[in-house]
Design a protein around this ligand. Structure first.
Ligand SMILES: [Zn+2]
Ligand SMILES: [Zn+2]
Length: 166
């Protein structure tokens, strides 16, 4: 499947103040913390790029599917996600995305990926009450709870998990 197109010619927008209607779909490649965008379902990018005086206004919505790993038990769940982008870029100034308005085609991918990543939380839980993994054997503790003898705890390779506060 094709990648999501994020490259646009903004010549008309910049020169004639006409709006650019954005409507794209394709695969989005975002990976952050335990979250990964789908490589099977298209992401959809919709919105408008307009010029208002000395700046460009980028108003977009990205809808995509992503799977997130539970920070405690590592179980993966799939979610529909939506990220809103509302960004002002001054045409004559430098910007954080290294977008140069003198270029013929402008890639807005850096804006999209930054906003999406801002939206992804570092800690994702499959359930607020997730019991996580057993500190001794590493088995998930939601369907059944392990019973081990205390003395094994310190020697286990998973014992450091008990010190993580997720
Ligand atoms: Zn979990
Ligand atoms: Zn166990």
């Amino acid at each position: 499947m094709p990648q999501l197109n994020t490259i646009f010619s903004l010549e008309k927008v910049l020169k004639t103040n006409s709006d650019l209607n954005v409507e794209e779909s394709g695969i989005l490649n975002i990976k952050y913390s335990g979250t990964k965008s789908s490589t099977k379902t298209n992401a959809v990018l919709r919105g408008l790029i307009t010029r208002e005086g000395d700046y460009l206004l980028i108003e977009l919505i990205v809808n995509y599917v992503a799977s997130s790993e539970c920070s405690r038990c590592l179980k993966s769940s799939t979610y529909d996600r939506e990220t809103f982008i509302n960004e002002k870029l001054y045409i004559k100034n430098e910007n954080d995305y290294e977008i140069n308005f003198k270029d013929e085609n402008i890639d807005i991918y850096p804006i999209i990926s930054e906003k999406i990543i801002d939206n992804i939380s570092l800690v994702t839980l499959c359930d607020d009450n997730c019991n996580g993994l057993c500190v001794v054997c590493g088995k998930e503790q939601n369907t059944s709870v392990c019973k081990h003898e205390e003395k094994n705890l310190k020697e286990s390779p998973f014992s450091s998990l008990s010190e993580l506060d997720l």
